[in-house]
Design a protein around this ligand. Structure first.
Ligand SMILES: Cc1cc2nc3c(=O)[nH]c(=O)nc-3n(C[C@H](O)[C@H](O)[C@H](O)COP(=O)(O)OP(=O)(O)OC[C@H]3O[C@@H](n4cnc5c(N)ncnc54)[C@H](O)[C@@H]3O)c2cc1C
Length: 450
């Protein structure tokens, strides 16, 4: 009988943690994924995860073959390559993982806890009964057979494709569309290089808004001679083809001379504040489907797992009460905002500034350490953005025609603080939502018009 307490659509990082946590509470849960089981976890990705994400949800860190490289820090290169900002310390310690083995481990843990997996099954639509999501329509990707699977609560953990979020009726009040300009389109390869990689414990990020508009290029070492290298650009009008850019600018680096392609591919990642709300009658949306990604670096593995754990806790409580209405599931969005979404909202404003800078402004800003390396780390961890602007830098920036950068940075810092405060105080019930959304809209508008 195709009836469960909970259906989780997508057995990615977020979906597996949701299913495992729900199963642990003794509920009957089923994960549905369009991929065959052995392909789950095999995703085009930068493969980097901060250590703190494992600590936060008490998940064992990667080890053995799953762990490819420990990360000690990140080096960020200015467009003119004159300045390198090194961010290091506890907050950026992390891991480069074998993405497939990592995904397979999460899947095994969810199954071992009692979750059922239906693989090679594509979810096509939500089933709506009496204004509640009551299940999903599915199609077997091998036989083409169609079916319906029902549950009391459905979780959309289908990643950027957000198969359910996009198909909910408008009266459910869920943001169906994410603007293209808030999405990064990426191309990434895993390559074996001839020369030994220097400082394999450091992930490298190259900023160049002319070459990689609205995005950046990354080179993350997987060991001493294999790298995960890619780039992303914002999907604004007329955006360039990331694969072509990769061939032009990345493979021309001396590091890649005589290198060998192991695997390559493209992917999309939403890089904005989270959607609001993330719940409706009988449904919770998590992970990339709810835009739970860090808007600056595009990392979303850790936050999807945390989003999954929190969603599961709310679902367990709702099922105990026997009420899966929007009102009872409501606390989920606020909980997520408190743990991660407020930080994301602040960084979303910072992203909008960074994407609109010129290379000249970026070079000057980095050269004169307008944000110190330490403060950059703190801001990326969610603290307020502190600016290092002195009388001397003001005079200097006026002299080279970059004074507007200081003004924009000041406004950004203020808007970041404002939006974080707003997101930390997410309305405790649906009544306050309209006012909250209007305030958010105004901040986003101001950030875009800077
Ligand atoms: C190029 C690139 C580089 C990235 N680099 C990093 C990085 O270095 N570090 C980091 O933390 N994050 C990175 N990210 C982001 C990260 O991959 C995602 O944020 C994270 O995987 C989100 O997890 P999720 O569970 O929400 O979705 P996913 O991991 O995408 O899982 C979604 C699952 O849903 C399944 N699915 C989708 N549609 C359906 C359907 N209709 N029916 C059934 N199943 C379906 C898919 O098969 C998939 O298994 C990167 C993303 C990209 C594109």
């Amino acid at each position: 009988m195709n009836k469960f307490d909970v259906i989780v659509v997508g057995a990615g990082t977020g979906g597996c943690l949701t299913a495992k946590t729900v199963a642990k509470a003794g509920l009957k849960v089923c994960m549905i994924d369009q991929k065959p089981e052995q392909k789950i976890g095999d995703k085009v990705c930068g493969d980097a995860i901060g250590k703190h994400h494992f600590d936060n949800i008490k998940l064992a860190p990667p080890s053995g073959k799953e762990l490819e490289q420990k990360i000690d820090g990140i080096k960020v290169y200015s467009p003119d390559m004159e300045t390198i900002v090194t961010v290091q310390g506890e907050g950026v310690h992390g891991y480069l993982v074998n993405r497939q083995l990592f995904g397979q481990r999460l899947l095994k843990e969810a199954k071992d806890t009692g979750a059922t997996l239906m693989d090679s099954i594509m979810v096509t639509n939500p089933i709506i009964n009496d204004d509640f999501v009551a299940g999903v329509s599915v199609k077997d990707t091998v036989t083409g057979e169609k079916n319906e699977i029902r549950a009391q609560v459905v979780v959309d953990a289908s990643g950027h494709s957000a198969v359910l979020r996009k198909k909910l009726p408008p009266e459910f009040g869920i943001e169906a569309e994410v603007a293209d300009e808030d999405v990064e389109i990426c191309y990434r390869e895993i390559r074996e290089v001839k020369e030994q990689i220097s400082e394999p414990g450091y992930c490298k990020i190259y900023l160049d808004l002319q070459r990689f508009p609205g995005g950046y290029c990354w080179i993350f070492p997987k060991n001493s001679n294999i790298v995960n290298a890619g780039l992303g650009v914002a999907m604004t009008k007329g955006f360039p083809n990331p694969k072509q850019l990769y061939h032009e600018y990345v493979l021309s680096m001396t590091l890649f001379k005589d290198s060998q392609l192991l695997t390559g591919g493209g992917g999309l990642v939403p890089t904005r504040r989270p959607i609001s709300p993330m719940v409706a009658n009988g449904i919770i949306i998590i992970g990339d489907a709810a835009c739970q990604v860090n808007p600056i670096h595009g990392g979303g593995i850790g936050s999807s797992m945390m989003g999954g754990v929190k969603a599961a806790e709310v679902i367990v409580g709702a099922l105990e009460k026997g009420d899966v209405s929007r009102e009872v599931l409501w606390p989920y969005t606020g909980m997520f905002m408190e743990f991660y979404g407020a930080k994301q909202a602040g960084l979303d404003v910072f992203r909008m500034l960074l994407q609109r800078l010129t290379n000249k402004e970026m070079n000057y800003g980095m050269q004169h350490h307008l944000i110190t390396d330490d403060d950059l780390l703190k801001a990326s961890m969610g603290e307020d953005l502190k600016l290092n602007i002195t009388e001397k830098t003001s005079r200097l920036f006026k002299g080279v025609g970059c004074l507007s950068l200081l003004r924009k940075l000041n406004t950004t810092a203020k808007l970041m603080t404002e939006t974080k405060e707003l997101h930390r105080n997410y309305p405790p019930s649906p009544e306050g939502l309209a006012e909250w959304e209007e305030k958010t809209r105004q901040i986003v508008e101001k950030a875009k018009n800077m």
